[in-house]
Ligand binder design. Structure first.
Ligand code: ADP
Ligand code: ADP
Length: 232
């Protein structure tokens, strides 16, 4: 059953230049779509439409069975946002909160879960990400790779049905990239549905079910990784 269906999405920020030009795609449950392409090709704009961070001018999106179009119905967008997690290039952690507090904040204050329950699940997620020993520390005391794994745990704490990643390793030192990619591999193996904008070819080859290549807002190619990388 499809989690994301995009039909003929188009968007222009300014007249003339199309950030998205008639983009269509499907992501089924438990699958990983990797989105590649040069800088400025529309990758970030595309995945940001999936949780309503960007509007679009034409076409239709169906996210988790909720349909949105260019009218950008705020009520529907809010419903989608509750069920879709996102991880950005910059980790965007709250600097004045501990690692565990970063993770329990939204579950407790937005989802109204009990503090003890949120903390227990938060510790489970930190353990999954291999960073439970840092629970009481503050973001500035962690490496970039560790901070990004906190950001992933924070997204997971809301039990998302779809996880979006916008260049999650682009801000990391090279030697820290793999620890984040390994955490993402683990999520993929556990059956998480993921859309990942990345330049990491190794990750795309090993983990993705489908690779989508964009240029100038258009889908140039979409195929499974064994085919995508065989004629490159
Ligand atoms: P990518 O993620 O592939 O680097 P983007 O989606 O960020 O591409 O950008 C696609 C195009 O839209 C680029 O030409 C970019 O300059 C333009 N663009 C992105 N965001 C904005 C914005 N907020 N205002 C105007 N133009 C934008
Ligand atoms: P990325 O390529 O990683 O998506 P960018 O450096 O293109 O990041 O964009 C960083 C921020 O600037 C984003 O919020 C994007 O929407 C915005 N942006 C990108 N291009 C433009 C543009 N031409 N005009 C205004 N804002 C832009």
């Amino acid at each position: 059953e499809p989690i994301v269906v995009a039909k003929n999405l188009s968007k222009s920020y300014t007249k003339g230049l199309r950030a998205l030009d008639n983009v269509s795609l499907t992501v089924n449950q438990g699958k990983v779509l990797v989105v590649m392409g040069p800088s400025g090709s529309g990758k970030s704009t595309l995945i940001r439409t999936f949780n309503g961070l960007e509007t679009f001018d034409r076409g239709e999106l169906n996210i988790l069975g909720i349909k949105i179009d260019s009218t950008h119905d705020e009520r529907k967008i809010q419903k989608i946002r509750r069920r879709v997690g996102m991880v950005f290039q910059q980790f965007n952690l709250f600097p004045h909160l501990s690692i565990l507090e970063n993770i329990t904040l939204a579950p407790v204050h937005v989802q109204k879960r009990r503090q003890a329950e949120a903390e227990e699940y938060g510790m489970y997620l930190l353990n999954q990400m291999g960073i439970d020993s840092h629970a009481k520390k503050y973001p500035s005391q962690l490496s970039g790779g560790e901070q990004q794994r906190v950001a992933i745990a924070r997204a997971l704490a809301l039990k998302p049905e779809l996880l979006l990643f916008d260049e999650p390793t682009s801000a990391l030192d090279p030697e820290r990239i793999n620890e984040v990619l390994d955490a993402m591999r683990k999520l993929a193996r556990q059956g998480m549905t993921m859309v990942v904008v990345t330049h990491e070819i190794g990750f795309a080859k090993d983990v993705s079910d489908q690779v989508l290549f964009m240029d100038s807002g258009k889908v140039i190619e979409t195929s499974p990784p064994n085919i995508f990388f065989s004629n490159a």
